[in-house]
Design a protein around this ligand. Structure first.
Ligand code: AMP
Ligand code: MG
Length: 404
């Protein structure tokens, strides 16, 4: 089987993928959700010219020289504007966030005036328009403040709320079914302790990264390497309850690797490709109708890396995410590396942040695809492109930080 590049596999997996649908959620529940439509400001911010400081609202023409003396005729506080207009030689006591009264065009900060009774005398020059936040300088009603495809951060939620949106339209979460196969597998705490047993681990990592990518995950459990059993579970997973079915294990071509035959028997149009990546083995993807299927390797590290590289971006694409990832970041090598072969290598690595802000990475001592201790201890994947030349300490490199 010829090797397929990671880029080609990613492109095939996400080909033609669009958001599944839209739902409205409270702005307070929008963190991490992908915005389904542009969000247009319902209000203008600031709604009027507003003071950025505590001081006195004045006409700049009246304070062109220092000292200037003005008469205080009232007060404007946040939420309690001064009702009237300001005439020549007059000032209004003003506080941060208060509407600048009609007639005033600048705010002299209180540190720059001396006050006696209702009279103020300026003690230094203040330019026109100083300390005034102009109406609409943040955003104007009718203009889009947030664009569709954006994964909402807390800061985006602040902006959406300020634009007067109590609810926001977001892509609905992909519903994902997860299953694992292997005669040797037992659930944590449920084995007999026999040497032939392996306690399952893959589903926990895959579910965590899938949820982090926005999916609703249902674990369909651990299945024996038995065609009828696997087929029955796949039939259920494909029956309309889920948008995507993800399996781990049984993806090779051994006698007990029944995932591909079971999927095909259940009518899945399936592609099995050997991908030019390490760690990882054959990857299966396909669909039956609108339900997508992704078959990941059983080796724990391979399943997790393929989850990061292929599954999480697919889930994000199913929400219309404009940047489905995987998101890479620049770093520098902190160790020498040999030249790479034809496979894109995703090495488990530790990050060291130096005082100057630079990020240096050291690959973990073992890159064995079954080593969970090393996977858990690592901070990122260090990406080595196919045929990368030998790397020296200090060379630029690319990492994918773990975010699960
Ligand atoms: P397979 O892809 O089924 O050939 O499995 C490859 C290796 O991964 C074997 O050593 C399995 O025991 C192990 N393995 C498969 N599935 C899981 C799982 N869900 N959790 C932990 N290890 C697994
Ligand atoms: Mg197996």
């Amino acid at each position: 089987m010829a090797l397929m590049s990671v880029e080609e596999a990613s492109a095939l997996i996400t080909q033609g993928v669009t958001a599944l649908g839209t739902e409205e959620v409270s702005v307070s529940a929008a963190a991490g959700r992908v915005l389904a439509q542009d969000l247009v400001a319902r209000r203008t911010q600031p709604p009027a010219d507003m003071s950025a400081m505590d001081g006195y609202a004045v006409r700049s023409a009246d304070i062109a020289t220092t000292p200037s003396t003005l008469t205080v005729i009232g007060e404007s506080a946040a939420g309690r504007p001064f009702g009237g207009a300001l005439g020549p030689g007059q000032a209004v006591r003003i506080f941060t966030g208060a509407v600048v009264p009609e007639g005033a065009d600048t705010v002299v900060i209180q540190e720059n005036v001396a006050r006696t009774g209702d009279t103020i005398t300026t003690t230094s020059l203040t330019a026109a328009l100083r300390n005034v936040r102009k109406r609409g300088s943040d955003f104007a009603a009718g203009t889009p403040g947030l664009t569709a495809g954006r994964r909402m951060t807390g800061r985006d939620m602040m902006l959406a709320a300020a634009m007067d949106h109590a609810v926001v339209p977001v892509a609905r979460r992909p519903r994902m079914a997860l299953l694992q196969t292997g005669d040797e597998l037992v659930l944590p705490g449920q084995g007999t302790g026999a040497d032939s047993e392996i306690v399952v681990s893959n589903a926990f990592g895959l579910a965590a990264l899938a949820r982090r990518a926005g999916a609703d995950v249902t674990d369909l459990g651990v299945l024996k390497d038995d065609l009828a059993t696997i087929r029955a579970t796949i039939a259920r997973a494909l029956s309309g309850e889920f948008d995507i079915v993800v399996s781990s294990g049984g993806a090779s071509v051994g006698d007990h690797d029944l995932m591909a035959p079971a999927l095909k028997a259940e009518g899945v149009e399936l592609f099995v490709h050997k991908i030019a990546l390490r760690p990882g083995k054959p990857l299966m993807f396909g669909h039956r109708g609108t339900v997508r299927v992704l078959g990941l390797p059983g080796n724990p590290v391979s399943s997790h890396v393929c989850g990061m590289i292929f599954l999480a971006p697919l889930l994000r694409a199913l929400q219309g995410d404009a940047a489905p990832g995987p998101l890479t970041a620049p770093a520098r090598l902190a160790a020498e590396l040999p030249a790479n072969d034809a496979r894109r290598d995703f090495m488990r690595a530790k990050i060291e942040r130096r005082p100057d802000g630079s990020v240096h990475v050291t690959p973990s001592a073992s890159q064995d695809s079954a080593m969970l201790g090393i996977l858990a201890d690592a901070d990122c994947l260090l990406v080595r492109p196919p045929y990368a030349p030998a790397g020296r300490v200090g060379d630029p490199c690319e990492i994918i930080p773990f975010d699960d």
